[in-house]
Design a protein around this ligand. Structure first.
Ligand code: 0A1
Ligand code: ZN
Length: 882
């Protein structure tokens, strides 16, 4: 990690003036600058960042004196350096600049840009330097005391920035009007925002515990205003949750949120003015799936929670990104769990982590949650920094307990509110508040890779002692020192299901260690260890018991574990074992799998339909792939499909019965979004999936298609439509079934009526189809009039989705790679952030066989040769090829 140095000068106050004209925006800034007495930087020059591909300097004055290029300042492609000779002897001064920018030409969507008919900004991580010259680093916290926006009044009636509205002017003789905003909280430039447009909105209010009345307003393009209610509910729930859980209240009188169509990421926590990708804020029965609703709630929560973990306490430098992101993801996960079901949320989050973060950690971009170096910081908004970062925060919670964690949070805010902090500051607050030793825990911040924890156990009846042996190592980073791993643990009696050792957290800090437990009485059956309950650490967990013992242990845990997560996990492990056996071409004995599946399908003990549904679903191909040294994408897909078919065949009657029961129960019921209703839909759609998996003959293919077709036309919501259409999109080769498929696809398209988010689903479902000619479909969809590469959501919905279609993308002839390679070249010139994310699908070539690896490498080499390749894409590709 580069050594941190605070700058020679601080900007303490800022005024900005945005004068927006079509094709050119003039930005005037006045920076109040003071010398940083604590700086160790040798030269005292004022260093301002600025991207000259976006910002054109017009004028520059220091305390009213015009400065001259060369003698007073130096302009490079990325900096404006004001020589210290201009301000020697001054303890403070004001620097005024005028620049022009062209938001209409900004296709990178970083800085100030146009999205449809509105203008908006995106400043994290380094977008502010594309708006004006400024010390664009998160440790420079300044008050933005006066932000004036002027634009055409008729085209842009809404003028927004951070903080409180100070004044407005009416339309003048030239048809222009203005607004002035002031943010009383000092902030780094990455939290600055401006939005200008002709927007609709919904309004509400929230009164904080201490009586502050906060005006809440969510803006969107006018035609989408009807889809904002769920976001507003989620916002109010988030505000209440943070007060209840952490005693944290909102601190301004206004909280604005704006939905934007063109956005690189999910959303942005700008102080008092969140900007959201429409995909994470718009939701209604007709256009959003339950997953979409869930994401809206989670992301609204995430951005709101950033107000304390990110904005009030920000990051000293970008190496500390996980300080705000890991912590805020942990907070949004806990919020979502509390709003619905904790077990369900945990299962979903762990599935996500295993599918994406484990893969990242096994590839060339593997990095610790606090990265050591970067070329483009935008490349480090990763699953590791976010999701593994959240797991690291969760481990503090597990080690210190909920009350201890809260004490640590309180101390963290007491020490660091209003400043820019580090990951070490956070760890110190947690340790000091609890008098805990978290020295070894720091390795989670410095060491990369996914550790594997192996375990074995034994019981000695002569001493009534149960022994658990643990060992840890990181295959991808063998030099790692042992981590401090909290292992949530219990022991179950295979005969009675009784808990023989009460659930507790073991502190596993050595390369290997044995833990002993005295049992009060001998087990009736065998004593089965339940290890890593609730997924208590981001590790792979492997049993060293014989395959036969493993199987019986898993059946015990699937039936009796008192930990909901491990009950689910046991079933998943049984399924995974069957899939791998099938893949190896060995005889698969499915007795255990059948037993677990049947139990899940019928057990009256399972009261949550989502848990039942997740228990019936097989592990994802991406999750399974992480347990293979060399990934065989097609073999894996086929093996998983084969096991699914066997289950579908065996439980045809039971599945159909459950499907029918749910259909009856749900018919006529009003549409609701709550755990119960979502669970029913999830379970019924899981049954549909199995019911439609019996497709050995043409008759069966037709019958499946008919069932999905009926499901589609009887659906009262997007969730059910998507479930049915996803099944139909796989149909091929049986004309009668293809007719039904095409009918649904075109009805879906017509009903979308141009709705961007619904059309994204239409593209995605076709891109992830298991049809053998899916690539041809995808290629022809790139010429569809509704397709565009300039909108990140649309681009991801087709191109990105295809890369997730593992069996098709990794086709042996390399056609998938070639297609993506070409697209990345085009994309990089427009939007490097999106291109560099997309290229991630090619970099893990070492995980594939020689044929595939060679072809993937060849595409990467071609990309590397592109003239003017962005630093973002260059960083990823060059790392992969090195
Ligand atoms: N801080 C945001 C994520 C974000 C990061 C970069 C962006 O533009 C390049 C936009 C958003 C969050 O965690 O929600
Ligand atoms: Zn965040």
């Amino acid at each position: 990690m580069q050594d941190y140095k605070s700058p020679a000068n601080w900007v303490t106050e800022v005024t900005l003036d945005f004068d927006i004209y079509s094709g050119s925006t003039i930005v005037k800034s006045t920076l109040s600058v003071v010398k940083n007495e604590g700086s160790t930087v040798e030269k005292g020059d004022l260093i301002l960042d600025g991207d000259d591909s976006s910002v054109k300097l017009k004028e520059i004055y220091l305390d009213g004196e015009k400065l001259n290029s060369g003698s007073d300042y130096t302009l490079t492609s990325s900096q404006l350096i004001v020589h210290s000779s201009c301000f020697t002897g001054k303890s403070s001064f004001k620097l005024e600049t005028t620049v022009s920018i062209v938001p209409e030409d900004n296709t990178q969507l970083s800085g100030f840009y146009k999205s449809g008919s509105m203008y908006c900004s995106q400043c994290e991580a380094e977008g502010f330097r594309r708006i004006t010259y400024y010390p664009d680093r998160p440790d420079n916290m300044a008050k933005f005391t006066h932000v004036k926006i002027t634009a055409d009044a008729d085209s842009y009636p809404i003028l927004l920035s951070n903080g409180n509205l100070v004044s407005t002017t009416e339309k003048d003789g030239e048809g222009r009007h203005s607004a002035v905003w002031e943010d009383p909280f000092p902030k780094p430039s990455y939290l600055f925002a401006v939005v200008v447009g002709d927007l609709g909105s919904i309004k509400d209010s929230y009164t904080t515990t201490s009586g502050r009345n906060v005006h809440l307003e969510i803006f969107s393009e006018k035609e989408n205003v009807g889809k904002l209610d769920y976001a507003m509910e989620s916002l109010k729930n988030s505000m209440k949750w943070d007060e209840d859980k952490f005693g944290l209240e909102y601190d301004l009188d206004i909280y604005n949120v704006v939905a934007v169509n063109d956005f690189n990421m999910g959303a942005m926590e700008n102080k008092g003015l969140n900007v959201f990708n429409t995909a994470y804020v718009l939701a209604d029965q007709k256009t959003a799936t339950d997953g979409d609703f869930e994401r809206v709630e989670g992301v609204i929560g995430h951005e709101y929670f950033h107000n304390w973990t990110g904005n009030r306490v920000t990051c000293r430098d970008w190496f500390q990104l996980t300080l705000k992101e890991g912590l805020t993801v942990f907070r949004d996960q806990e919020f979502s769990g509390d709003m619905g079901s904790n077990d369900v949320t945990r299962i979903e989050n762990v599935k996500g982590l295993r599918g994406r973060q484990f893969a990242e950690d096994a590839g060339p971009m593997s990095h610790p949650i606090r990265p050591e170096s970067y070329v483009a910081i935008d490349n480090f908004y990763t699953a590791t920094v976010y999701s593994k970062g959240a797991e690291v925060i969760r481990m503090y919670n597990t080690i210190l307990g909920e009350a201890g964690f809260r004490k640590g949070m309180d101390l963290y805010f007491e020490r660091h509110d209003g400043s820019a902090a580090t990951c070490d500051d956070f760890r110190a607050a947690m340790a000091d508040a609890n008098e805990a030793d978290l020295e070894q825990f720091s390795r989670w911040y410095t060491q990369k890779g996914t550790p594997t924890v192996k375990y074995s156990s034994s019981y000695d009846p002569s001493t009534s002692t149960f022994t658990l042996d643990l060992s840890q190592h990181t295959a991808s980073a063998p030099d790692n020192e042992p981590f401090h791993i909290p292992v949530a643990f219990g022991v179950i009696d295979s005969e009675t299901g009784a808990e023989l050792v009460e659930s507790q957290v073991l502190h596993f800090k050595e390369a290997s260690k044995s833990f002993e437990f005295k049992l009060s009485s001998d087990p009736k059956g065998t004593a089965v260890p339940s290890v890593m309950r609730g997924f208590s650490a981001p590790v792979k967990i492997v049993s060293e018991a014989s395959p036969a013992t493993q199987k019986t242990d898993l059946l015990t845990l699937a039936a009796y574990d008192t930990d909901g997560f491990n009950r689910w996990e046991a079933g998943q492990k049984l399924y995974a074992e069957a899939i791998f056996t099938q893949l190896a071409g060995d005889d698969v004995n499915l007795d255990g799998v059948y037993q677990a599946f049947e139990q899940t399908l019928t057990s009256p003990k399972i009261s949550d339909d989502s848990i039942r549904a997740y228990g019936l679903m097989l592990p994802s191909e991406s999750g399974l792939a992480e347990d293979m040294d060399i990934i065989d994408p097609i073999g894996l897909h086929d093996a998983r499909t084969a096991i699914k078919k066997k289950l579908a065949r065996k439980f045809q009657a039971g599945v159909a019965k459950l499907y029918d029961r749910l259909t009856k129960e749900m018919s006529g019921a009003p549409f609701e979004v709550n755990s119960k209703a979502v669970g029913k839909r999830r379970l019924r759609n899981t049954c549909l999936d199995y019911a439609c998996a019996n497709k050995d003959t043409d008759e069966e293919v037709i019958a499946s298609a008919q069932l999905a077709h009926k499901h589609y036309f009887e659906a009262n919501c997007m969730t059910d439509q998507v479930a049915a259409m996803s099944i139909l999109s796989n149909v091929h080769g049986v004309p009668e079934a293809e007719k039904l498929r095409d009918e649904v696809l075109s009805k879906f398209f017509d009903d979308a009526n141009g709705d961007a988010l619904v059309l994204n689903k239409w593209f995605t479902i076709q891109a992830v189809s298991s049809k053998p000619d899916v690539l041809e479909d995808v290629i022809s969809l790139t010429s569809h009039p509704e397709f565009t590469m300039t909108n990140p959501n649309r681009c991801r919905s087709l191109i990105g989705a295809f890369t997730a279609n593992s069996a098709a993308f990794h086709a042996e002839d390399g056609a998938g790679y070639k297609f993506i390679g070409e697209k990345i070249g085009i994309l990089d010139a427009m939007n490097p952030q999106i291109a560099s994310r997309m290229v991630g699908c090619l970099i893990s070539f070492k995980r594939y066989d020689e044929n595939r690896a060679t072809k993937m490498r060849a595409e990467l080499s071609k990309i590397l040769e592109i003239e003017g390749l962005s630093p973002d894409t260059f960083e990823i590709v060059s790392k992969a090829l090195s």
